[in-house]
Design a protein around this ligand. Structure first.
Ligand code: KG4
Ligand code: ZN
Length: 351
């Protein structure tokens, strides 16, 4: 079955065609980075307008890349939340129109569930239980997908999202937006132990706090400038990155051990980070934990992951009403994975 996925929750206008929840036939992303770069971050109003301009061309390109027409499509899956309300509305309006015009079932997808389902595109059906570290420009959370395929959030950031912290520090270092990839690159030439930035471990839990680290970096940059001390940006980048990665690895592995889970998944734009991937791979290998780290292109926002999540729900018999509303704060808590996971739980053959 071929599912068309649509994703517009933040600043990527994306459409994808995925067969049976796993095989990507088209994965088109209309990036708006250039629109937001002058502002050093995503501007919601600009995002909504850019989605309007990009949505139809991106859909057309997906069909061309997939070598098919709407007649070949079996369902439309779309992100209904969480995200920027004006941005979400554009994708959902497009999905509803296509559903109505072509008589296709509509499947509403939670964006974070989508990030987790990105793993299907690389590793095949998800086999809960697993612990997912979801780290992006808008989200930083540790999620448990329990043996029955139900999501619960074990911890989240209490202030900045990981990507936001990367982007802000990059701006202080005079690097362009988005700053995460820039810091990643710069850090490769730096010493991660050059500056001892604080690690906010926040005892007894899986929550994150990044504002203290951000302040510490800014203070250090100002102190060095005022004292006329030399500044070696690669060292700052590497030391900052190491502080973030330390906490992410520590908490994710602790969550896996505490819940006796043998699989860890890292997704979201920040999961493209080279150092996080390396350190998480080492930590998991040491403990006999299987690490699922999808290709960076599947970690950042895309519509193939939404189509994959939608397929799970489609084969579980779920449909979303045409009057579904977007929800900028849509919770992940308690949501159950559909499809293959549900079938496996019942002891059926996976669909
Ligand atoms: O998932 P994503 O594409 O969009 C959101 O849902 O936010 O994540 C974008 C974020 C940006 O903050 C970007 O700086 C960060 O992911 N990012 C990275 C890397 N690549 C992207 N952060 C650290 N290292 C990277 N290699
Ligand atoms: Zn995202």
């Amino acid at each position: 079955m071929l599912v068309l996925g649509i994703e517009t929750s933040c600043d990527e206008t994306a459409a994808a065609l995925v067969e049976d929840g796993e095989r990507v036939r088209a994965n088109v992303i209309g990036s708006q980075v250039e629109h937001h770069r002058p502002y050093g971050g995503v501007v919601p109003e600009i995002a909504a307008r850019a989605h309007l301009d990009l949505m139809l061309p991106v859909l057309d390109r997906a069909l061309v890349e997939g070598g098919c027409t709407y007649d070949d499509v079996d369902a439309v899956a779309v992100t209904v939340g969480p995200g920027l309300v004006g941005a979400l509305l554009v994708g959902v309006a497009a999905a509803k129109s296509l559903s109505l015009a072509h008589g296709l079932p509509l499947i509403g997808v939670n964006h974070l569930e989508g990030h987790v389902c990105a793993a299907q595109l690389e590793y095949g059906p998800l086999e809960p239980p697993l612990i997912a570290l979801i780290v992006s420009g808008g989200h930083t959370s540790i999620v448990l997908l329990d043996p029955s395929g139900r999501f619960s959030t074990l911890g989240a950031t209490i202030d900045d999202a990981a990507g936001e912290a990367y982007d802000k520090i990059a701006r202080f270092l005079g690097l362009p937006y988005p700053g995460g990839p820039e810091i990643d690159r710069l850090a490769a030439a730096g010493d991660p132990a050059a500056i001892a930035f604080p690690r906010a471990i926040l005892r007894d839990g899986y929550d994150f706090s990044l504002s203290g680290l951000k302040t510490a970096v800014v203070r250090e940059l100002r102190r060095r400038e005022a004292a006329g001390l030399p500044l070696h940006p690669p060292d700052v980048a590497a030391s900052f990155q190491e502080a973030i990665v330390d906490v992410q690895v520590h908490k994710t592995v602790a969550a896996a051990e505490a819940h006796d889970v043998g699989q860890v998944l890292i997704v979201g734009g920040v999961a493209a980070n080279t150092r996080l991937r390396r350190r998480m791979a080492d930590a998991c290998a040491d403990r006999g934990i299987r690490l699922l780290a999808p290709h960076p292109g599947l970690c950042t926002d895309n519509a193939a992951m939404i189509a994959a999540a939608g397929w799970n729900r489609l084969v579980a018999g779920e449909r979303t009403a045409l009057d579904v509303a977007v929800d900028p704060n849509l919770p992940l808590e308690g949501l159950a994975l559909g499809g293959a996971a549900a079938a496996r739980r019942r002891g059926d053959d996976p669909p």
